[in-house]
Write a protein that binds this ligand. Structure first.
Ligand code: FAD
Length: 418
């Protein structure tokens, strides 16, 4: 095999960065080329104001007891909260939901779990919408939470994809930011920024990777870009990707999950502060989960998902800010208006040119495509990234583990060629 380096790593998100660290540890030579001006990809923290960190992408270390970022957080001194299952106050028409209604909401969640488990046991390829009770007045509440955990609506993904995910019910938020943690952990990885890869071609017994800044030749290439980037044709493969690989990317599309933050001034006191609250104004309205002052920080955070999240993103930043502001006033009282400021961050992941969405969800019947997506082509083009993870897909640690898995494959190939 010929080439200047053993592996050219395309993308410096969690998958590309863990691959680079693993390559270094295995003594493989590598370069990392990243399209944007920063590392981290979908792991990214900004400050809403000094001392007010806000994650635009990942925030919770899911399945924490199996998540390698917990040990990394300890090493780098990043504090986290050991949260378990999601437990929210539910505000409804300006009042906290009464116990009887909470029971009804909980009962529907349990009925959903049972219906899904039954279909999983039967091995059927149904969508979530095919198996749950759509007529319940509390369906919008649970449909909303599904849209946050999967980034799509309940008719757009299958129960078998949900079944494959290894959920330990431990979701630990990184207080100063999961994105900041990824950036700190990977600060020693050399990355060539602002270098979008335009072409990947098989050349001789190696590969050529064409970027805006020039061509790099390698023995192998590891592609870690999102499935929506792969399907968009932004990177031209020569020869073209096999049909099976194209189908895998198309059947694991990224949906939308966006986060909206508003800086609060003169922090109000009260029971709702520091709470994770789901606001439901009317039974049939799409709810909105709002956190007021999480971990004592001075901001309100809300999250949208699925088709509605996509629609709201396309209305522009101000529409998202208005949407959150109106719901804060409706749920917590007009007095909250004096605490809202015009310091905001609104994500727009679907419009982000380097991801084109938030995270992958398998179409009903397509959950096996994750393994197909992760398979190498001719032992020279390798694939990693959250969508290739069969058990921790759509997460930051799933991306991390996929990078290590791919470098093990690369190392086997490079060594067998020596
Ligand atoms: C709003 C939101 C909330 C989330 N919440 C959580 C959470 O709480 N917990 C959790 O675990 N996960 C969460 N996730 C998912 C998690 O952030 C992702 O699964 C993970 O970060 C993906 O990492 P990756 O390396 O696979 O892909 P990416 O991070 O997308 O990395 C791919 C990189 O490739 C680059 N690239 C693209 N095109 C090119 C090109 N042509 N040439 C070179 N480089 C290119 C991109 O710029 C990017 O940096 C969330 C995601 C979002 C968007």
């Amino acid at each position: 095999m010929s080439g200047d380096v053993d592996v050219v790593i395309v993308g410096a998100g969690a998958a590309g960065l863990s691959a680079a660290k693993e390559a270094a540890q295995k003594g493989l030579s590598f370069v990392v080329v990243e399209a944007s001006h920063r590392i981290g990809g979908r792991a990214y923290t900004e400050e809403l104001a000094p001392g007010q960190p806000f994650d635009l992408g990942c925030h919770w270390m899911h399945s924490a007891s199996l998540n390698p970022f917990v040990a990394i957080a300890d090493q780098h001194g990043f504090a986290y909260r050991k949260d378990g299952s999601w437990d929210h106050d539910i505000w409804h028409r300006g009042a906290l939901l009464g116990e009887e209604q909470r029971q009804a909401v909980r009962a529907l969640g349990e009925a959903d779990e049972q219906a899904i488990a039954k279909v999983i046991a039967e091995g059927r390829n149904d969508s979530i919408a095919d198996v749950v009770d759509l007529d319940s007045p509390w369906r919008p509440y649970h449909a909303y939470w599904f849209s946050l955990s999967t980034s799509v609506d309940i008719d757009q993904t299958g129960v078998l994809d949900i079944a494959a995910y290894n959920d330990t019910d431990e979701n630990w938020p990184v207080i100063k930011g999961y994105g900041a943690l990824v950036a700190a952990w990977a600060s020693d990885v050399p990355v060539t920024l602002n270098s979008p890869v335009e072409r990947i071609r098989l050349k001789g017994d190696g590969v050529e990777v064409v970027t805006k800044g020039g061509t790099i030749s390698g023995r192998t290439v590891l592609v870690t870009v999102s499935t929506n980037i792969l399907s968009s044709g932004a990177i031209i493969f020569e020869p073209g990707l096999p049909d099976s690989k194209q189908a895998a990317a198309l059947e694991l599309p990224l949906g939308v999950h966006n986060r909206i933050a508003i800086l609060l001034k003169d922090m109000p006191a009260g029971d709702m502060m520091g709470q994770s609250s789901t606001v439901m104004l009317e039974e049939d309205e799409i709810p909105l989960a709002i956190e007021l002052g999480p971990y004592g920080l001075s901001h309100a955070v809300a999250v949208t998902g699925g088709r509605f999240g996509s629609w709201l993103e396309r209305q522009g930043q101000q529409a998202s800010v208005d949407y959150l502001s109106e719901r804060i006033l409706a749920a917590f009282g007009n007095d909250m208006a004096k605490h809202l400021t015009d310091r905001v961050i609104v994500t727009a992941w679907e419009g982000d040119p380097w991801t084109l969405g938030s995270y992958s969800a398998a179409l009903p019947g397509s959950h096996q495509q994750r393994a197909v997506l992760g398979q190498p082509i001719e032992n020279r083009i390798f694939f990693a990234g959250e969508a290739t993870s069969t058990d921790f897909y759509s997460t930051c640690h799933g991306a991390y583990l996929s990078g290590i898995r791919a470098i093990e494959q690369v190392a086997g190939t490079v060594r067998s060629a020596i």
